[in-house]
Write a protein that binds this ligand. Sequence first.
Ligand code: NOJ
Length: 566
Amino acid sequence: MKSLSLARTALAGLAAAALALSSGTAQAKPAKAAEPWWKHAVIYEIYPRSFQDTNGDGVGDLKGVTQRLDYLKALGVDAIWLTPFFPSPNKDFGYDVADYTNVSPEYGTMQDWDVLSREAKKRGIRILVDFVLNHSSDQHPWFKESRSSRTNPKRDWYVWRDPAPDGGPPSNWESIFGGSTWEFDKATGQYYYHVFYPEQPDVNWSNPGLRKAMLDVMRFWLDHGASGFRLDATPYLFEDTSWPKDPDVKSGAPVGLKPYNSNLPANHEVLRSLRQLVDSYPGDRMLLGENAISNVEDLRRVYGAKGDEINLPMDFLYTGVKGLDAPTFKARIDEAHLKLDGLPPVFHFSNHDTTRQWTRFGDGKNDGLIARLTAAMTLTLRGTALMYYGEEIGMADLKPDELKAFPLGPKRKVADRRDPVRSPMQWSASAGAGFTTGDPWLPVAATASATNVAAQLADKGSMYHWYARLLNLRKTSPAIRNGAYVPLESGNDKVVAYARRSKSGEGVLVLLNMSAERQKLAISGWRGGTPKFGKVIMASTATGTVDMAHPELEPFSTVLISFRAP
Ligand code: NOJ
């Protein structure tokens, strides 16, 4: 098993083989009258196992998500992304799917899904379903058939190869979760390919039957009200079937992006077909892709040469910045806005694979200020933002001791290095944190007694209200919603400064002090002259004002100031 920071360190991967791209000739689809909903959306990731349990079994469920829709509506999110809730042996907690078109009994029933889908729609909240398209569980009936004999009609739905002449695996490639990418099947005398766990055999997208079955899975959820999909592990759908020897198997770790296993031309062709399918449905259905890439040029390719593949690529360029490094953040943010031909970037820090931002950036003394800063940065940029459940109240990773003391059992048969970031949502200070009345599948963090939704709803100065105000600003401020990005220079390498400006010239200046010291600024880069500054819209420190004639920022402070362009 690779690390907790699987996604975070994605940018360490090698540049992938990719289609030659001529962005100069890129043709966008004819513009629709209104902008699609996802272009400026906030998408809230829910790990259903840990969000809300309604039947006391210690495992969250779909009914629990429905129960909390009003909370999500009040917070102001546009959509939720549900990580896998399908039947699964849970080797990789749902990312090993045993039935793509059903709900695991742990999480409820299809009827529960229908209720959730209907109730979410009533509140204007869209749902994205996690589509694990690169691999299934080895317990999926397709794979069981496939491995049953070499002549089974589904044999070719997975990637089978004869042993090498010496009887060993067909290539020396390594899987992302460690060990060979090949697993030997004694009964039929061949190896099958898996880029993740051996229990997650890769499906064969070259096979027309498999391809049709997968597109039917998408139709199933679209017909059941899904607004689109979060696509799992998109780079790995095809392999170079000459199985070249890898001279350096460890390079590209931990995401294993190699020229021979990722982003092959056929990958783009499949993604285009998925996009065509979602586009054929009404209501701006869309694809949010998990894409590991190492630079902005590769990121541009993920949208498709003609903007006809993934609508919103979750890359890890911004997400992967180490520490509060202002110049690097500025560079990542500038390139995402200026080098993607105007296509919408996606910004986020936390998810179910990676350290929560509270834990990652916090210094133990100024954690609240720092979390307000990282939230404001992610949510005031142009494009789409992702949030991870609990981020809005400043949930932290579980501490190693909290996990060590917690026994494995039927609800958690295996420990996973990502367990610390998947602890139960902290709704209240009660036992079980309002998540469950039973024994939770993962421990409730000790912080729940102080850090919980109930307490923060009642406190106007809380993290929850900071987030709610930012989300509200994204809806009510034309500059923040879809205004231009203005790449300013702060004149100080501890401070990130940028502005958003609406067509009418109203704008918001964003100032982020990434240091524990007071910082002086010398802001430059205003096109058309320095604007006239107005009131402070939001400020994370008590003083809450900045003298724009001689601007200074308090340690770790975040300040948003309105302006009018000259
Ligand atoms: C990426 C998912 O985010 C991760 O949780 C999972 O383990 C792998 N893909 C394999 O499906």
